[in-house]
Design a protein around this ligand. Sequence first.
Ligand SMILES: Nc1ncnc2c1ncn2[C@@H]1O[C@H](COP(=O)(O)OP(=O)(O)OP(=O)(O)O)[C@@H](O)[C@H]1O
Ligand SMILES: [Mg+2]
Length: 240
Amino acid sequence: MSNTVIEFNNVTKRYGSLTAVDAVTLSVAQGEYFALLGPNGAGKTTLVKMMLDFTRPTSGTISVNGISSTNTACRNAIGYLAENHRMPPHLSGRQYLQRCAELCGFSRREAAEQCDRSIERVGMREKEHSKASSYSKGMIQRFGLASALVGNAKLLILDEPTAGLDPIGIREMRLLLESLKGQGMTILLSSHLLSEVEKICDTAAIINKGKLMVKDSISSIIRDGETLEAVFVRLVKGLT
Ligand SMILES: Nc1ncnc2c1ncn2[C@@H]1O[C@H](COP(=O)(O)OP(=O)(O)OP(=O)(O)O)[C@@H](O)[C@H]1O
Ligand SMILES: [Mg+2]
């Protein structure tokens, strides 16, 4: 498929006797909003970490835009918001983003332009000069999303971007992600908020104990009037 952005091919990851990811094959298409779902410990973050080459598969291969995940060039295309993202408390959001952009290889002036653009996109202009220690969890997540947007990546990997947010913060994150839709962005989103996933994502994969249980368009997964939550519980609990 020429419009495939991410490809996991028979990927297994073992930690000693534990199989964290078990022979997962799946692909994500360009422009897709893709939800990676599964209970705690299912293997979602491990899949993400392997994509970013933070850890390597025991077997199998991963590619992004046709480039192997083990090739550092692969990461140029990716914006990443880590699970439990934190910011140095003594830096302002702007200083943090400036450092992120300079670490990406931008000159000081280019980095400043990247900051402006990213801050604008996440609506944090008013707070850009306040220290991170004064930010709410929602603001920290917004700046985290801004850091993923630095470098103009067309692929975002967001590992639980709404973790710890209140209902307003959750809604704001959804609106932000929706605003990026149609700008050619592809998003792989790991989340436990199934009702949000239903609203934002096109496709979902449910993983349990490292195994891929289902991967389909959300409209196909919930076709019989079941909610995504009901399908999730049925698959994870092994009910028929
Ligand atoms: N570095 C590691 N060493 C040993 N085991 C690990 C390591 N990293 C993850 N695991 C184990 O691999 C399994 C999958 O973990 P992972 O973090 O990928 O789950 P997850 O789906 O992201 O869960 P959560 O929803 O809690 O974030 C878990 O059993 C976890 O304990
Ligand atoms: Mg995780």
